[in-house]
Write a protein that binds this ligand. Structure first.
Ligand SMILES: NC(=O)c1ccc[n+]([C@@H]2O[C@H](COP(=O)([O-])OP(=O)(O)OC[C@H]3O[C@@H](n4cnc5c(N)ncnc54)[C@H](OP(=O)(O)O)[C@@H]3O)[C@@H](O)[C@H]2O)c1
Length: 365
């Protein structure tokens, strides 16, 4: 089979997003006879499936087959060796949130393996890793796409790239980048009505599965800071790391040392008055408070934290756990280009991964 007629796919990670991706891959493979998409490797952190002769792994019930596999995953550099020796082009799909897998990208790309991923770690870690990734890709010609690393399947990264590549000047990017923060503030400080107590809203968000098991992992602002790091770098700012700009944490100092998320939630009501003050101050100004990230390109300033908005502002009027991203550019003038919708969930996140895969296929096959 000639190289353009077959592309090997390797998948690391088969959790919430990975399972949805595998189902979308199966549909894509059935709809798209050429190039033939062959699953050559799949693993979680404990199990793997692969064949030494690269024979395709059946996509039917692959998650169940993987769960009962007796093979362990190859060590990460060995995964690269195995894939680089495949008899056709390879796309590696990283559906983990692993830093170790992220650090493998420069090696994989330098050996001609393209990458698509929703994993933020590689693009929001050190600026050196970012440079190593894109240098490796440009010297080998392998492709790297990560749409779902910001706003899940929402076309945030592709839109930003389109704006820049067509010659528009992006002046400011501002938005709500966390489904958790969106849910919390839309119910704590709604544009009409009272809203609940802060601690009660955090507890509710956790019980609905909108927060990480320990809500402090959302409230520390780091997840939003990682997404801002990615967008700022794409907009041309050499941001060193997500710790290199101001990020407001919503964890009271006294609760930083709680030994568990449960202990944190138990003690949080004692700090409700702090958040009530923030809400009351915004109300006095006729506004509502929201947790936003913003990038001001001309002044090279990036920040994450609480801001006040008029009730009529699109950021204030957001519903549920949606994300919203506003791009202010020369062409769009004072009315920004707005992208809004679900910023989390297996199916929509996997959609971003699958559409990246389709883009790579269009360029390598
Ligand atoms: N879920 C969303 O709504 C959403 C939205 C946007 C972006 N994302 C991003 O999508 C990625 C996947 O999220 P998820 O919700 O699917 O996570 P998840 O349910 O925790 O699944 C992670 C998967 O990765 C595997 N894994 C972790 N470390 C690994 C390693 N070193 N080697 C091999 N496999 C490894 C896990 O295997 P084990 O179970 O064996 O550990 C598991 O199968 C993350 O980067 C996340 O930030 C998710």
């Amino acid at each position: 089979m000639s190289s353009t007629n077959q592309v090997f796919i390797a998948v690391i990670g088969a959790g919430g997003v990975g399972k949805c991706f595998l189902s979308q891959l199966q549909g894509l493979a059935a709809r798209k006879p050429s190039p033939k998409l062959s699953l050559a490797y799949i693993s979680t952190s404990r199990k793997a499936l692969y064949n030494d002769d690269y024979a395709a792994i059946d996509l039917n019930n692959v998650v169940d087959t993987l769960a009962t596999s007796s093979k362990s995953p190859l060590a990460l550099p060995k995964v690269v060796d195995y894939l680089a020796a495949a008899p056709s082009k390879v796309i590696l799909v990283d559906n983990t949130s692993s830093q170790d897998v992220a650090e493998l990208y420069p090696l994989a790309l330098s050996r001609g393996i393209s990458i698509v991923t929703p994993n933020k770690k590689a693009f929001s870690g050190s600026y050196k890793l970012w440079q190593d990734i894109f240098t490796a890709a440009s010297s080998s010609g392998a492709k790297v796409y990560h749409e779902s690393s910001v706003g899940a399947g929402l076309p945030v990264i592709s839109s930003l790239k389109d704006l820049i590549e067509t010659g528009d000047k992006v002046t400011k990017i501002e938005g709500v980048f966390s489904g958790t923060m969106s849910f919390l503030f839309n119910s704590f400080a709604p544009t009409s009505g009272q809203g609940g107590k802060w601690s009660a809203e955090v507890k509710k968000a956790q019980s609905l599965g909108y927060t990480e098991p320990d809500p402090r992992d959302d409230l520390n602002g780091l997840d939003v800071a990682r997404k801002l790091t990615i967008l700022a770098r794409l907009a041309g700012l050499p941001v060193e790391s997500p710790e290199s700009f101001p990020v407001q944490s919503l964890i009271p100092k006294e609760l930083e040392s709680c030994s568990s998320g449960d202990e944190f939630l138990e003690k949080l009501p004692a700090f409700d008055s702090q958040m009530e003050e923030v809400k009351a101050e915004a109300e006095k100004a006729g506004k509502v408070v929201r947790f936003v990230g913003s990038i001001d390109v001309p002044s090279k300033s990036v920040k994450v934290g609480l801001e006040q908005f008029d009730a009529s502002h699109p950021i204030a009027a957001l519903k549920g756990s949606d994300n919203i991203i506003n791009f202010y550019t020369e062409r769009y003038g004072s009315n920004p280009l707005i992208i809004q919708g679900a910023g989390a969930g297996g199916d929509v996140t996997a959609m971003g991964v699958t559409s990246d895969l389709i883009k790579v296929l269009g360029q390598i096959a």
